[in-house]
Design a protein around this ligand. Structure first.
Ligand code: FES
Ligand code: FES
Length: 188
């Protein structure tokens, strides 16, 4: 069983990738915020963000499901926007704020979208789930209002699931959107 909580997603964040600070040996120093913590490291300039997260930071909730940038299992947030982390160089994210599925829950409490996936059975094997949830959270934040079924399905075009048939995923995102709106209102 994989960690379940561990479109069309946005392209690379503005300003990325860049290679400032690259040494002759192809290693690049970088510093970024990951799930609220500052991380400084040296990576090979060709290291992808998903490799950096999984292999150096051991944040293995972000999955790799393809080598063609199609599956969406690797979606994380970079500067608040959902991106496929297999499409970005880690060095290009120098200075960025990155959130992975491990950073969504706060104070031991699942994010409303995670809770909605759990309650609506929005997963089977769970492999696609981290990417689905990260994409869904960004979709809801950008929509700032009601998302109908068609908008949700279009918003998840870049996230593939081979188990569920999507029905429960769409129901989960709908419920998660409502729960996020309630949380926002309660916080105001
Ligand atoms: Fe990134 Fe499939 S691993 S889109
Ligand atoms: Fe198995 Fe989506 S739940 S791939």
């Amino acid at each position: 069983m994989f960690s379940i909580f561990g479109k069309r997603t946005a392209d690379a964040p503005s300003g990325a990738p860049h290679t400032s600070g690259q040494t002759a040996g192809g290693s690049v120093p970088l510093s970024m915020t990951v799930n609220g913590k500052t991380v400084a490291a040296t990576v090979e300039s060709r290291t992808l963000l998903v490799q950096f997260l999984r292999e150096q930071l051991r944040l293995t909730g972000t999955h790799v499901g393809c080598d063609t940038s199609q599956c969406g299992a690797c979606v994380v947030h970079v500067n608040g926007r959902a991106v496929k982390s297999c499409t970005l160089l880690a060095a290009g994210c120098d200075g960025a704020a990155v959130t992975t599925i491990e950073g969504l829950a706060q104070d031991g409490k699942l994010h409303p979208m995670q809770e909605a996936f759990r309650q609506n059975h929005g997963l089977q094997c769970g492999f696609c789930t981290p990417g689905m949830i990260m994409a869904a959270v960004d979709m809801v934040q950008r929509a700032r209002g009601q998302l109908d079924e068609r908008a949700i399905r279009e918003g998840l075009e870049g996230n593939l699931c081979r188990c569920t048939g999507y029905h429960n995923i769409v129901a989960a995102v709908k419920a998660g959107a409502a729960a996020m709106a309630s949380s926002r209102q309660a916080a105001q």
